[in-house]
Design a protein around this ligand. Structure first.
Ligand SMILES: [Zn+2]
Length: 74
């Protein structure tokens, strides 16, 4: 399954879990990199919201964390 397919399924069938896990991953990554974003730029208020590298990281970590949901529906 491709990442986009996984994403699609998670957001369709497991919206609640998706949002919850995404928030947890976001907090975790964000607190691991409190001053500088993973892209190396200074973390200012809205940077993480607009940073593609940060967003990609959050998305792939969240998919990984929820992969058990995807196996069940195979
Ligand atoms: Zn960044």
């Amino acid at each position: 399954m491709k990442l986009t397919e996984k994403l699609d399924m998670l957001q369709t069938k497991y919206m609640g879990e998706w949002l919850k896990a995404r928030r947890e991953v976001w907090d975790q990554v964000s607190s691991q990199y409190p001053r500088f974003c993973i892209c190396g730029k200074l973390c200012t208020g809205l940077h993480e919201n607009n940073c593609r590298r940060f967003q990609n990281r959050i998305t792939s970590e969240t998919v990984k964390r929820l992969s058990h949901l995807l196996k069940e529906t195979k």
